[in-house]
Design a protein around this ligand. Structure first.
Ligand code: SF4
Ligand code: SF4
Length: 231
């Protein structure tokens, strides 16, 4: 399974040997100990559009304002795709939502946080989703829990369809940007800003994310046809 080039999302499984995949009924003997180690010294937390939307709803801030306050925006140097990274607190280098040893956005935490210490690999062509454990395993042993139960309890199962679609869309957009000249091409840089609007910013918090995502993508398709050289 080729890892999807979602903006900045890391698939450790592709780094060396693929890590063993888990099946839904496989035991997952893990419970979070609440130590907060996965929130400290974090400079790699990349958000999807759905992550940003959920945080925006939780904080009652429009997505663009929230991103300005808490994220760093850049165009991926390999593809030209827009990336939003949570900016660490300048003093502690921890996640900006880590306060008094706890997460102040816990119900709306990004996918990477809800998954941890699991990793997720999404086939960029089919959207098939696989999970694997990222060593070393933190937390405390919890017997009798399966992967399926863990994903349900962490709220990952409910959003899996949106996350899979996000990965497939990002892969297609990255391929299109590369075919149009890659990150150094001026047309691609201009398109990157419009893609950021469609993927991250142009969402009403009064409406659900997914229908807006689909509408944004349809409009973006027409826009890119005009902005980018035809393949
Ligand atoms: S969003 Fe919450 S869970 Fe995720 S790194 Fe920040 S403080 Fe930790
Ligand atoms: S997921 Fe692991 S590192 Fe993060 S708070 Fe829980 S036990 Fe600590």
């Amino acid at each position: 399974m080729r890892p999807a080039p979602q903006p900045g999302r890391r698939d450790l499984s592709g780094a060396l040997e693929p890590l063993p995949r888990l099946k839904p009924g496989d035991p997952l003997p893990f419970a979070c100990a609440g130590c907060g180690d996965c929130c400290r010294h974090r400079e790699d937390l990349v958000l999807s559009g759905y992550d940003l939307y959920r945080l925006a709803r939780w904080t009652s801030l429009p997505p663009r304002i929230l991103a300005r306050a808490f994220c760093r925006f850049y165009l991926d140097p390999d593809t030209g795709l827009p990336v939003l990274l949570l900016k660490p607190d300048p003093k502690t280098r921890s996640c900006p939502f880590f306060e008094a040893n706890s997460c102040v956005v816990h119900p709306a935490r990004p996918l990477a946080c809800a998954l941890y210490p699991l990793g997720q690999a999404i086939d960029p062509d089919t959207g098939a989703v696989e999970y694997y454990l990222q060593p070393p395993l933190c937390g405390v042993p919890a017997e009798g829990r399966t992967l399926e139960q863990y994903l349900k309890d962490a709220g990952v199962a409910d959003r899996q369809g949106i996350d899979a679609r996000w990965a497939v869309v990002c892969t297609r957009l990255a391929d299109r940007l590369l075919a149009a000249g890659g990150p150094d091409a001026p047309e691609v840089q201009m398109a990157g800003r419009r893609i950021a609007g469609a993927l991250y910013y142009d969402y009403s918090l009064r409406e659900e994310f997914y229908p807006q995502f689909q509408q944004n993508l349809a409009a973006l398709e027409h826009l890119l046809d005009r902005m980018l050289p035809q393949q």
